[in-house]
Design a protein around this ligand. Structure first.
Ligand SMILES: [Zn+2]
Length: 413
């Protein structure tokens, strides 16, 4: 055994190594660069506005990868900033580059039926091994069902959802499409449509709707998860919408909630983040200053003034950058900021009914065939794969990833 290790030691020392790590809570990007001896000028201070804002999107706990060279020096880094884009750092002896590149994944629509034995939450975890699915189910029904009173042993639960996969493993939060509880002869439905929960009649069953966080002005920039800039050949995402208004305009909480961040970010300037419940977080950036008394942990009511519009951070002019996140995923605020209407009408209602009809067929397909969940495998880090094993997972309209010259080892894109 000793002999074996000694024989392999030289190879191990010379080999490149890819490490799969988690972004620590409170860790800043500058600290990260410092820790791995990466130059902060090309990789931070000299970056464009949109790249610096991308850095502000790095989430605590996100899995990222580092490829170390033979001499334990960092050669490449991949840090996801959303489900679709990741930061790609390439470091050579002479240079260091920063780029946003796509994350390759495929999305499958899945579904299942389970029979309630204990409680919906515990039963879903037991049968699917997914806390995320259990959480989605509870969130979707908690406003319309009393779990203790209305659900009994033997009731059926059906869920239809989209799940992203990378390298054959689930990746990111599943996206609920529809769910149903059959209790006795009664069926209760929830449809997740454009980021909101609706019942079978097209009535929103969430406890709140978002209001526009500033009065007046206009939308100067819309939302995009993966905007491709064809002239510069770069990705320039925009994880929110910009309301162009004058400096000093009061900013209102779009929905009630608890302040989870009130401080400085380089790209976003003075930022407040509010956890609004049901998996939602709202973000208000480039503020001149916060309203007095606003601090982390404080509860604010919908409409309450939290701060004032400014040009802090990397901002081209006075505006409020407003972001909405659901289960950590940036969504288009324009989908959820509505005039006070909880019932769908007209064209929107007709579209919803078509969606509902499609989902209803799926729910009943799973129910009629009693299709059990396929158990999710716990995510295992893919340390590295041989470059010859990499197959494109689906056809891509964006440019292919940067080819990497490396002997045998390739970091996973
Ligand atoms: Zn913006």
């Amino acid at each position: 055994m000793k002999m074996f290790i000694l024989l392999f030691l030289p190879f191990l020392l010379l080999a490149s190594e890819a490490r799969f790590l988690r972004w620590g809570s409170g860790e800043t990007y500058l600290q990260f660069l410092h820790k791995y001896h990466l130059p902060s000028k090309p990789l931070y201070y000299n970056l464009s506005n949109s790249n610096q804002q991308a850095i502000d999107e790095i989430r605590q706990g996100v899995h990222y990868q580092i490829l170390f060279g033979a001499h334990k020096d960092v050669e490449q880094v991949l840090i996801p900033i959303s489900d679709e884009l990741q930061i790609h750092i390439i470091k050579t002896k002479k240079s260091a580059t920063f780029k946003l590149i796509p994350i390759n994944s495929i999305t499958k629509q899945e579904g299942f039926v389970i029979t309630v034995k204990n409680s919906p939450y515990n039963d879903i975890i037991k049968d699917t091994h997914s806390k995320k699915l259990a959480q989605l189910f509870i969130d979707s029904f908690k406003k319309s069902i009393n779990f203790k009173r209305d659900i009994h042993k033997g009731d059926k639960i059906v869920m239809v959802y989209d799940q992203k996969y990378r390298f054959g493993r689930p990746f990111s939060m599943p996206e609920l499409k529809a769910a149903m509880i059959q209790t006795g002869k009664t069926k209760h439905y929830v449809f997740d449509y454009n980021g909101r929960y609706y019942n079978a009649k097209g009535h929103q069953i969430q406890g709140f709707i978002f209001i526009r966080p500033v009065k007046g002005g206009w939308i100067s920039s819309t939302f995009s998860l993966r905007r491709w800039q064809p002239i510069l050949h770069i990705y320039r995402p925009h994880f929110g919408i910009d309301y162009a208004v004058v400096v000093g305009t009061p900013i209102h909480a779009a929905a009630s909630g608890r302040i989870i961040y009130a401080g400085w970010m380089r790209g976003y300037g003075n930022v407040i983040k509010i956890a609004n419940g049901d998996g939602y977080v709202t973000l208000y950036a480039h503020q001149k200053h916060f309203k007095r008394g606003i601090k982390v942990g404080k509860y604010v009511k919908q409409g309450q003034v939290i701060g004032y519009v400014g040009v802090t951070g990397l901002s081209t002019g006075p505006h409020l950058h407003f972001g909405v996140y659901r289960y950590g995923r940036a969504i288009n605020p324009q989908l959820v900021v509505q005039k006070a209407t909880k019932h769908l009408r007209g064209k929107t209602k007709r579209r919803f009914l078509a969606y509902e009809h499609k989902m209803d067929i799926k729910l009943h397909y799973y129910l009629a065939n009693n299709i059990a969940p396929t158990k999710l495998q716990p995510f295992k880090p893919v340390f590295y794969v041989n470059s010859s094993n990499i197959q494109p997972q689906h056809s891509q309209s964006y440019p292919p990833p940067v080819p990497q010259k490396h002997s045998g080892v390739k970091i996973v894109l």
